[in-house]
Design a protein around this ligand. Structure first.
Ligand code: ATP
Ligand code: MG
Length: 294
């Protein structure tokens, strides 16, 4: 099992978009994927469950998900496998099925409680031990600030992906994120084997190119192919994110265009490289045997 946190202390840099696109891509390849919405803002859950009105009450709160799991874990001090599975949604899709532990703003109440009760280092580990789906890959989408959910995700992760928007204001989020995890790594609280900075929302403006150069200069070792490959900023990403088109259709588009630099080809190339760099090196024999050959 490979456990991945997608995090950046800066908001709006593409964490949720990357989490869902990567989850869909890996599911399409044959991995069993468990996606955890660790952000009480619930952007990911709202996108994935946009047509599941049955899962929301009249006040717009989810009737299942992270807040129920945390209530059981913290207040009732017992989290059974059955309760956990009742709060996880299987997102059915012919080509990209995955599991989701959804979230909504109700769980923000538990941020303070997790810290107060000293449970932030164990809570997600407990969930991963208990979950009955044997995931090959777990992806945590986290909030854009330092809180219990971010720490809880990082301490049980092997890999951290930091989407880094190539704007001057967004650079600080990368530094803050790295400072935080390197401190925790030194104290032995985290054990991240793989940290990747992924330039995101990159447009070829002069300022964005300067910021990309700075990222390459300062963090070259953390970038994919030294910064040559980044998370493309394209309408296509939004359409896959919303479920408007499937990755099968993106593949067909890439084959049809036959251009190596078409948006569809660039997106697939990026996701494939991410799989090769952060998932495949740690995959078990059983996982490898399940994968779709490309
Ligand atoms: N690769 C991309 N291509 C096109 N649009 C993108 C891409 N990545 C993100 N966006 C857009 O940027 C906005 C912010 O993206 P997203 O919600 O993924 O960021 P975030 O870091 O999760 O934000 P938050 O910190 O609020 O959780 C959204 O409108 C999204 O559609
Ligand atoms: Mg988000």
């Amino acid at each position: 099992m490979t456990v991945i946190t997608v995090g950046n202390m800066k908001g709006g840099v593409g964490k949720t978009t990357l989490s869902l696109l990567f989850a869909r891509y890996l599911a399409n390849r044959g991995y069993t994927v468990f996606l955890v919405d660790a952000d009480p803002q619930g952007t990911l859950s709202a996108a994935v469950l946009s047509d599941r009105i049955d899962l929301f009450d009249e006040r717009g709160r989810l009737t299942l998900g992270m807040h129920v799991v945390l209530r059981e874990f913290l207040e009732n001090r017992s989290l059974s496998n059955e309760i956990l599975m009742n709060n996880v949604v299987f997102v059915e899709s012919p080509t990209e099925p995955f599991w989701l532990l959804p979230n909504c703003v109700v769980s923000s109440h538990y941020d303070y409680k997790l810290k107060e009760m000293g449970k932030q280092l164990v809570v997600f580990r407990h969930i991963l031990r208990l979950i009955d789906i044997d995931p090959d890959v777990v992806i945590f989408d986290t909030p854009p600030y330092f809180n219990s959910f971010l720490v809880a995700s990082l301490v049980c992760s092997d890999c951290l992906l930091i989407p880094a928007e190539t704007s001057i204001q967004a650079l600080s989020g990368v530094y803050e994120m790295l400072d935080l995890v390197l401190d925790y790594q030194r104290d032995g609280i985290m054990d991240l084997r793989n940290i990747r900075i992924l330039p995101s929302k990159h447009k070829r403006t002069r300022i964005a190119e300067l910021v990309l150069d700075r990222l390459i200069e300062n963090f070259g070792d953390y970038l994919l192919e030294g910064g040559k490959v980044y998370f493309p900023f394209t309408e296509l990403c939004n359409r896959v994110f919303c479920g408007e088109i499937s990755l099968e259709q993106v593949k067909q588009e890439a084959e049809k265009s036959k251009k190596d630099n078409s948006m569809a080809s660039r997106l697939l190339k990026f996701l494939k490289l991410l799989e090769t760099e952060v998932v495949l090196p740690y995959a078990s024999e059983e996982t490898l045997a399940k994968l779709v050959k490309e």
